[in-house]
Each structure stands twice: as structure tokens, then as C-alpha cells.
Design a protein around this ligand. Structure first.
Ligand code: ADP
Length: 167
């Protein structure tokens, strides 16, 4: 990479659905990167506890980042390192909410480095207000009838309500 190449980063995850915590990490990334690819992992996302399918998650991201043309959302399957290499991207972004995230995240980063030494994992901490937030908790609260509108963008809250009303 030379000094004039744009810095591109990949933020991988399941994003079921995208929360304000994810949005915060994405926006922080854009302070240090020129472009961001938010990558929804197919393999990690097919749990029976999922709420949105991958296409719905992508659509929600496109709506959430409609005003931000430096963010691209796409799906990937297989290894993250293969996806990153195919896109020629060398930065992976992960969020660290608390010490409890650390062990797993460090293990993943070390494994990815074993698989492709050119890939750097960069950890960002969210706004403290979002440090308790996870997609799985949002799904659980919503399924039990709680209001999740503080934790996700309005468009996401609306889709969650619609989904649970029909489901
Ligand atoms: P979740 O952990 O919410 O189910 P993902 O598996 O999609 O979400 O997580 C993708 C990445 O985003 C992980 O690095 C995770 O630590 C990070 N992340 C998720 N929620 C938050 C949050 N509220 N603040 C900061 N990072 C987060």
C-alpha cells in the first residue's frame, strides 16, 4: 500500500439486527478509514435464534447508512481472510464492549493473522452508553415484548416490530 491508497476496512459480524453500538463503531471507523465494508457473515448467522435473514440485514444497513456513501454493506461466506484478500482489504474492525469480549476477539485476531499475516485487526471501543448492547439482547427484549427503539435506528425498530407482528 502506498501513501495515497485509500484506507479500506472490513467490519464483519452477524448484525441481526444492526444496533446503535454497531453504528457507533462504523462511524468511528470512518474517522480513521476512507471506506468501510460492513460484511454480514452467512455462516455465523444461520442460527435458529435469528430474526432477520441476511438479505434483510443488508437492506437495514443500507437504510441506516443511506446518507453515508463511504459505507458499503455486503454478505460473505467462508473465511473472513479469504473475503478480505479477494477485496484486497487489510484492516478488520472489531468492537470491544467489555473485558468479556476480549478473550474471544483476541483469539480470532490471532487466528486470522495465522491465516493471513497481512491482515491487521483493529479494535474500537464504543460510546459507553452502548457497551451493554448486543444484537442478541435486542432480539430477546423485542421477542418478549420490550421496546428496543433506544437501541436501534428508527427504521430498524420499525422492521423489528413488523417482523414480530407477522411472525
Ligand atoms: P452482536 O455481538 O451484537 O451479536 P455481531 O456478532 O454482529 O453482534 O458483532 C460484530 C462485532 O461488533 C463484534 O466485534 C462485536 O464485539 C461488535 N459489537 C457488537 N455490539 C457492539 C456494541 N454495542 N458496541 C461495540 N461493539 C459491538
Amino acid at each position: 500500500m502506498n501513501a495515497s491508497s485509500p484506507v479500506v476496512a472490513i467490519y464483519p459480524g452477524s448484525f441481526d439486527p444492526i444496533t446503535r453500538g454497531h453504528e457507533d463503531i462504523a462511524r468511528r471507523t470512518l474517522r480513521v478509514a476512507d471506506r468501510l465494508i460492513i460484511a454480514v457473515a452467512h455462516t455465523a448467522t444461520q442460527s435458529k435464534n435469528s430474526l432477520f435473514d441476511v438479505d434483510e440485514r443488508l437492506e437495514l444497513m443500507r437504510l441506516v447508512f443511506a446518507e453515508e456513501d463511504r459505507v458499503e454493506a455486503c454478505a460473505f461466506s467462508g473465511l473472513l481472510v479469504d473475503f478480505a484478500r479477494a477485496r484486497d482489504v487489510r484492516f478488520v474492525i472489531r468492537g470491544l464492549r467489555a473485558v468479556s469480549d476480549f478473550e474471544y476477539e483476541l483469539q480470532m485476531a490471532q487466528m486470522n493473522r495465522e491465516l493471513w499475516p497481512d491482515l491487521e485487526t483493529v479494535f474500537l471501543a464504543p460510546e459507553v452508553d452502548y457497551s451493554f448492547l448486543s444484537s442478541s439482547l435486542v432480539r430477546e427484549v423485542a421477542r418478549l415484548g420490550g421496546d428496543v427503539s433506544r437501541f436501534v435506528s428508527p427504521v430498524v425498530a420499525q422492521r423489528v416490530r413488523e417482523k414480530l407482528a407477522v411472525g
